[in-house]
Design a binder for this molecule. Structure first.
Ligand code: ATP
Length: 199
């Protein structure tokens, strides 16, 4: 499994559709200051479901949409597609190539797709959860972030290691199951009250 291509359309400084083809191995993006190198990395975080504007170096989520320049009007939506080569079947889906798309409009509405079919962010997270790539899996280490990892408290460092080891997925499932149990308990209590009232 490897990242095959990344297409940005209306995302930050990439007003026109731009596709970066990625080969297995190391890819370097070079360019002058302010030319959009970090925006490419932001696009990968964003398409994988990043919800925090700060993590994308913006004030609000809408800042990811091309804001216009002196020669070009602002756009109404941002769209990023990440295509993953799945010929080794690492992702649990019957396709040798998987495209994940995220779209966002100026009114704040957004949508996700897997291979062109609408889906929820949860579906994308589930699909990627065993692959080592995903929103909270620390596969993207930003400028200055390495220092914070090295200087973090032992408990925080443990959290990084747990996530890298794949514990995160199970912790999330446990939290979800506990929430369901709580809701069920509340229903049971209500049912007991109603039964008592009807007696
Ligand atoms: P450096 O080498 O200094 O780290 P870089 O190549 O990583 O720079 P980026 O930070 O990716 O550059 O890009 C910054 C550029 O993106 C700025 O020129 C900024 O105006 C532009 N930019 C960011 N958001 C938007 C947006 N929503 N619309 C238009 N342009 C944007």
């Amino acid at each position: 499994m490897h990242l095959k291509s990344l297409t940005l359309k209306g995302f930050k400084s990439f007003a026109s559709a731009t596709t970066l083809r990625l080969e297995p191995g190391i890819t370097c993006v070079v360019g002058p200051n302010g030319s959009g190198k970090s925006n490419v990395v932001d696009a990968i975080s964003w398409v994988l479901g990043e919800q925090g504007a700060k993590a994308l170096r913006g004030g609000k989520m809408e800042d990811v949409i091309f804001a216009g320049t002196s020669g070009r009007a602002p756009l109404g939506r941002a769209e990023v597609t990440l295509t993953i080569d799945n010929s080794d079947g690492a992702l649990p889906i019957e396709y040798s190539e998987v495209s994940i798309t995220r779209r966002m409009f100026r009114d704040g509405a957004g949508e996700y797709e897997i291979n062109g079919a609408h889906c929820r962010l949860l579906d994308i997270q589930e699909l990627l959860s065993d692959s080592g790539i995903g929103r909270e899996m620390h596969v993207i280490v930003g400028q200055g972030q390495l220092d914070s990892v090295l200087q973090s408290k032992p408990e925080d460092r443990r959290a990084y290691i747990e996530e890298a080891a794949g514990v995160l997925k199970h912790r999330k499932r446990k939290e979800k199951a506990l929430r369901k149990l709580d809701a069920m308990q509340a229903n049971l209590t209500r049912l007991t009250d109603l039964t008592a009232e009807l007696r």
